[in-house]
Design a protein. Structure first.
Length: 330
């Protein structure tokens, strides 16, 4: 046996950059997290590079063999690893993030969109493992997505593909966070669930939900609706059924376009488990084209939870190693 065969491949570092927090983890080749650190990045994101660099240095003290760093960043990330625009991070406007981090930490860095990184994590180590065609949908305060086709993340011509929350369902619909009206995200995000809950509450249709919000119909959030539905209260269940229908509208439309073999749902809402996923699956089956004439498309919860981003980003970093296939080929 040679020395090389006895040396396990070095771990890589994954970075998950959100609006106000950064999470940095050392991840081994099996997708296992060896160590993880988190910190705040300031309200406007201006501390992203120094904060991330400090966390990376701490982890490298413990794991000096780390070979490369992958980053998943919120926003429109182009093929050079520049963050062109992030709606929730004011400091990210035409920001050369990959270059800045690479200079600061002295290791090869790849930067991708955070939802793409999470999708890649679920493909390599999670609920979409082995799928060649998959759709990843993150139901959180907004809606994010990743599209896998022929086993690769689809990024489009500029790196901006799979902004799946931002297609229009109703031009007269509620305002979306991006400034347009009636996008799917404005109907089916966690925030939207809260808005629907408040409409029902104001109409006197959601007594159980309002009780959970301290009796104030204006204070109802998606969490109150979810808790009520989980507890089996009729108003919470009915509200969640209406919400599930809106989730399924988008999923069925995307499935008609993409024909995935599996849809993986992640984000805060997926913690509701089958309370949410069962009505979503039912509505999806009613809405997808020719349901009885095509193989069933499984809708499953994500397996990696809040760690999908760092695990996927770390897996992307392996592409930077000699002999691997390069930054944008996967
Ligand atoms: Zn939008």
């Amino acid at each position: 046996m040679t020395d090389a065969a006895e040396q396990p491949a070095p771990p890589t570092i994954g970075v998950d950059l959100g609006a106000t927090n950064v999470r940095v983890a050392v991840v081994d080749r099996a997708g296992g997290i060896r160590a993880e650190l988190r910190d705040h990045t300031g309200e406007d994101g201006s501390e992203v590079v120094p904060t991330t660099t400090a966390l990376v240095r701490k982890l490298r003290d413990e794991f000096p063999g780390v070979s490369a760093i992958g980053v998943g960043a919120a926003g429109l990330v182009d093929r050079d690893g520049d963050v062109q625009y992030a709606p929730n991070i004011p400091a990210f406007r035409r920001t050369p993030l990959r270059e800045a981090l690479q200079r600061a930490v002295g290791l090869p860095v790849v930067v991708d969109n955070d939802a793409n990184a999470a999708a890649w994590g679920e493909i390599v180590h999670g609920a979409a493992h082995g799928a060649l065609y998959a759709l990843m949908v993150t139901l959180g305060s907004g809606i994010g997505g990743g599209i896998i086709a022929r086993g690769r993340v689809i990024r489009g011509a500029h790196g901006f593909a799979a902004e799946i929350g931002h297609f229009q369902i109703d031009p007269d619909g509620p305002m979306c966070a991006c400034g347009e009206r009636g996008h799917w995200e404005a109907f089916a995000s966690g925030h939207a669930l809260g808005r629907i809950g408040r409409v029902w509450a104001a109409a006197g249709r959601a007594p159980g939900v309002v009780a959970r919000a301290g009796g104030d119909p204006d204070a109802v959030t998606g969490v109150h609706v979810g808790d009520s539905a989980q507890a089996g209260e009729p108003d919470g269940r009915a509200l969640l059924d209406e919400y599930a229908e809106l989730v399924a509208v988008g999923l069925a439309g995307l499935a008609n376009i993409l024909d995935p073999e599996r849809i993986v749902i992640s984000g805060g809402l997926v913690e509701l488990g089958d309370t949410l996923l069962r009505p979503v699956r039912d509505a999806f089956e009613r809405r997808i084209e020719g349901a009885e004439y095509r193989p069933r498309i499984d809708i499953v919860p994500a397996a990696l939870g809040e760690h999908a981003g760092v695990i996927g980003a770390a897996a992307r970093a392996r592409d930077l190693e000699p002999g691997e296939s390069g930054i944008w080929t996967k």
